[in-house]
Write a protein that binds this ligand. Structure first.
Ligand SMILES: Nc1ncnc2c1ncn2[C@@H]1O[C@H](COP(=O)(O)OP(=O)(O)OP(=O)(O)O)[C@@H](O)[C@H]1O
Ligand SMILES: Nc1ncnc2c1ncn2[C@@H]1O[C@H](COP(=O)(O)OP(=O)(O)OP(=O)(O)O)[C@@H](O)[C@H]1O
Ligand SMILES: [Mg+2]
Ligand SMILES: [Mg+2]
Lengths: 250, 250
């Protein structure tokens, strides 16, 4: 079971959009996928039009198992949802004296044979749940919106990943995914250039601005359902190819 | 001293852009303004090109006073900066048994005569610092990006504000500020219509998409310095007029 965290401290950079479309894309290719929503905003369930009463909060508090909490979202795609209750688990973990950072890893262990890939949609910022997310992941995909403000936070995020990597030695910041590439402005191209200068081959081909990616959420669909011939679908399809191929080579 | 929180759980909706430009705009009008960065990302200092070693973290931990932590950012504008250290204060407050939510209010009390307006740039999400921010504010300005995903989180945020309002009885969700209004798509217009249906007169005139707002950050300037004749400057100027006028009528 390969665990991929979609994470970045900056808000609104396409973490959820990437997590939802990556998960569904891999499921469409035949992988058995679990999408874990690790954000109090509970956007994954809304993005896929799914309802679930038992959430990650109950799992992290030990009140439910992952199997009791997951729900089928699509063919080959299960969802472990969250909602505002997740702040309770965050508080409980923060108040633990030690090993709070292992809660998610321990919760996922029993389903290692059930899924090929776990994709975790992280919340913006850094808190006890965020540390848990990085603490159980094999790889991180870091979406970076192509703006100066988003770029400004990337090195802090890299240091945050390195700190967690000291006790999760498998953790690898594998891909930088440039998002919101606006071909009408020089700002996107200039920010992309700086990312490539710093991260080289880790930088994927960017996801272009495409209103259909935003609209898909309103229809409770992935981009592959809402607009399969859109730029957004083409860009995420290419990205999924990169991710799936890397998996095959491991 | 009027305390305004720029807050919204959703990430990347223009909280920092609004906080920085509102602060500088009020300062340009002659108000004595304190901008408080309450986000571990520390974006306010970067947005204004200011450096400061003593941060909100030290103030909330009781290791420094607000006066020791503030630094002059512009004429009439002081900044109380943050950086990644803020997670320590968040953890300390979360671990307190009670009254942790009053830390910021108590810290700001001594400077009540020094500033006309305090603008607080909140982090995305909900944590102990976020509760402190709402716990000391008189009013909230809630930026809402005009996309389905951003709209989806607004009612949860309203409930979060109502919860804090039970112990901070001055707290008022005063303005909904629609942001990223893209006039080329129907999505913006449709989302705006839904906001107006729900929040009526609280909904301000929207801030349009304008790349100069994103670029200003890269130049470490407010929009009034970077591009005073841009749409971004015009839209924020109109917004500041609304906010300042409301202040005059109190
Ligand atoms: N390439 C794109 N083009 C246009 N809109 C996009 C694109 N990618 C994402 N969006 C939209 O931009 C908004 C922010 O994206 P998203 O919610 O995925 O970011 P996030 O990093 O998960 O945010 P948060 O920090 O709040 O969790 C959403 O409305 C989303 O639908
Ligand atoms: N109207 C606009 N047009 C174009 N770009 C904008 C606009 N408003 C803000 N931006 C840019 O969009 C990005 C997100 O805005 P900003 O950082 O202010 O949001 P935020 O809510 O503070 O994010 P976070 O949740 O990470 O704190 C930034 O790069 C900013 O410069
Ligand atoms: Mg998200
Ligand atoms: Mg911000």
């Amino acid at each position: 079971m390969r665990i991929i965290a979609i994470a970045m401290t900056k808000g609104g950079v396409g973490k959820t959009t990437t997590a939802v479309n990556l998960s569904h894309g891999l499921a469409l290719r035949g992988q058995r996928v679990l999408l874990v929503d690790a954000d109090t905003q509970g956007q994954c369930a809304k993005a896929l039009g799914v309802d679930k009463d038992v959430t990650l909060n109950e799992v992290l508090l030990g009140e439910a198992t992952v199997l009791e909490a997951v729900t089928k979202a699509r063919q080959n795609l299960d969802l472990l949802a969250s909602d505002h209750r997740l702040t309770r688990a965050a508080l409980a973990i923060a108040r633990r004296e030690r090993d709070g950072h292992l809660a998610l890893a321990e919760a996922l262990a029993p389903v290692a044979e059930r899924y090929d890939t776990v994709v975790i949609d992280a919340a913006p910022g850094v808190d006890a749940v965020a540390v848990n997310v990085l603490g159980c992941a094999d790889e991180v995909i870091a979406p970076v919106a192509l703006t100066p403000a988003a770029l400004a936070g990337v090195l802090d995020f890299v240091r945050h990943v390195e700190r967690v990597a000291r006790h999760n030695t498998r953790l690898d910041l594998r891909w930088i995914l440039p998002t919101f590439h606006d071909q009408r402005t020089r700002t996107s191209a200039e920010t992309l250039r700086q990312l490539q200068e710093h991260f080289g081959a880790k930088v994927c081909r960017s996801i272009r601005v495409n209103i259909e990616l935003a609209e898909a959420f309103g229809w409770r669909q992935s981009i592959f359902e809402h607009a399969p011939r859109s730029r957004g679908a083409a860009d995420y399809e290419a990205f999924i190819g990169t991710v799936a191929e890397a998996d095959a080579r491991r």
